[in-house]
Ligand binder design. Structure first.
Ligand code: ADP
Ligand code: ADP
Ligand code: MG
Length: 449
């Protein structure tokens, strides 16, 4: 087992990993930027080490600094959290070169699943349906020819893309030439790779994803699925488990997820994202080769600790958990509380937390790095807390979430959070009925029914 883990992340996920390490009796070093010197994970850590200035590129994305930090502190493993370097195969490879265990899959599987083109190929090879689309396109002419076959509208995607960026809807052949050049430029700028693929643009769908855990030798189990359809600009806001898909379709998607992960002999925690259209067709979108923000809802319904399992698998402990042993119970919902002004188009809001109260009581979990007196730095993601509830049924989970949101107080001069947004969703009749697609916020929030 590891003696010491370096946590190469910040915010709530740094704290989440710290908690898992501590319960496993492993020392934790928190690597932090200058802006995060007073973060909760740093204050609670066994050890902390500064890895550079506030800008992510100089700290949380700075591979030489992170590796040096691991070597200096004598860490035998690095947990990358999510975002930042979590899906960077070069980083995983360099960890391996320096004899430090990267807590995640192999650089090879990260590399092959990391690109949209690669992911589509693996899905095909493992007999998992993908959205009608192409491999890497060489020219706008090729894109037009493919779009004629598939039918407009289509979506141009950066093959190296992530975080919902580098995508462009194209509605006609006339738009293609300029859209193609623009998208290539964007892809080059954001991801350092101009490669584009094209997919049919699906207008109405649910986002359903499968949580898997693998031992790296072909044993893979799923820990159920999550519905993450409440989104804004491709960013998830609320997630729940289980999805409310018909049981047969649900089982088919779970089996597809496990099949693909087995095909690549996946190691550790991973998520396979699917589009599910109103007719019940489902298509593989991509695999996220890391722990996800919303892993907590799966933990609530399964009783498993996915972060501990990640660490144990990376340490080479035998992973023998069988599918029949995983029992999914009840319904869980997560609200991502962001420091944003929902009334002003979710504009980021920063400030000092002067009053803080988190909810408690039956079936409530809060994962947050906030504390009274903490100043939210302006440099990073706006996620400040995850509020997760668990109850026997969806209806009871919604009632519990409303109750818990009502108890929540995060206040300071000028500080706004998305708590009012979540309360509005919990009261929305479409949400309560479960009639949700990814256009929910745009189409269903204005209507007070
Ligand atoms: P999820 O939220 O489902 O875990 P996301 O794709 O939203 O998955 O990514 C998790 C975090 O990683 C978010 O904070 C997101 O902004 C960030 N992220 C994802 N991909 C990238 C990327 N390529 N570059 C920078 N940040 C990213
Ligand atoms: P990323 O790596 O940026 O997360 P994804 O392929 O997962 O890329 O796409 C991000 C989001 O864009 C999805 O969650 C979904 O909402 C939307 N999206 C992706 N593919 C399609 C598609 N073919 N049609 C419509 N929307 C899509
Ligand atoms: Mg995605």
């Amino acid at each position: 087992m590891f003696k010491k883990i370096l946590i190469a992340n910040r915010g709530e996920i740094a704290l989440r990993v710290l908690r898992a390490a501590r319960e496993l009796g492993i020392e934790a070093v928190v690597a932090h930027s200058e802006a995060d010197a007073q973060s909760l994970a740093v204050l609670l850590a066994d050890e902390a080490i500064c890895i550079g200035p506030p800008a992510s590129k100089d700290s949380y994305l700075n591979i030489p600094n992170l590796l040096s930090a691991a070597i200096i502190t004598g860490a035998d493993a690095i947990h990358p959290g999510y975002g930042f370097l979590a899906e960077n195969p070069q980083f995983a490879e360099m960890c391996r070169d320096y004899g430090i265990v990267f807590i995640g899959p192999t650089p090879e599987s990260m590399h092959s699943l990391g690109s949209k083109a690669g992911g589509r190929e693996i899905a095909r090879a493992s007999n998992v349906p993908t959205v009608p689309g192409t491999g890497v396109l060489q020219s706008a002419e090729e894109a037009i020819a493919a779009a004629e076959q598939i039918g407009y509208p289509v979506l141009l995607k950066a093959s190296a893309g992530g975080g919902g960026r580098g995508q462009r809807v194209v509605r006609s052949a006339e738009e293609m030439a300029s859209a193609f050049t623009q998208a290539q430029l964007e892809a080059q700028n954001y991801f350092g790779d101009p490669a584009l693929i094209l997919e049919k643009f699906i207008e109405l769908f649910r986002h359903v994803e499968v949580q898997v855990m693998g031992d790296g030798k072909g044993h893979v189990v799923h820990v159920g699925e999550r519905d993450c359809s409440i989104q804004r600009r491709n960013q998830k806001l609320i997630e729940e488990a289980p999805s409310r898909l018909p049981e047969e379709l649900r089982q088919e998607i779970l089996a597809a997820g496990v099949r693909l992960a087995k095909h690549v002999q996946y190691a550790g925690a991973g998520t396979l994202e699917f589009i599910v259209d109103p007719e019940g067709h489902y298509y593989f979108m991509e695999m996220n080769t890391r722990i996800q923000v919303e892993h907590c809802v799966s933990e609530m319904i399964s009783g498993l600790d996915l972060v501990k399992l990640q660490i144990l698998i990376a340490a080479g402990e035998p992973f023998t958990l069988q599918q029949e042993e995983i029992e999914l119970k009840g319904h869980a919902i997560e609200c991502r509380i962001n420091a944003e002004d929902y009334q002003k188009d979710f504009r980021p809001s920063i400030g000092k937390v002067e009053t803080l109260h988190f909810p408690g009581g039956p079936g409530v979990r809060v994962d947050s790095h906030l504390y009274t007196g903490y100043s939210i730095p302006p440099n990073y993601d706006s996620l400040v807390a995850k509020l997760i509830v668990h109850a026997p049924s969806r209806e009871e989970a919604i009632a519990r979430m409303r109750r818990a949101l009502g108890e929540t107080a995060i206040e300071g001069p000028g500080l706004k959070t998305t708590v009012p947004f979540h309360l509005e969703v919990m009261d929305n009749s479409f949400y309560r009925r479960g009639a949700i697609y990814t256009n929910f916020v745009n189409t269903r929030m204005a209507e007070k029914v």
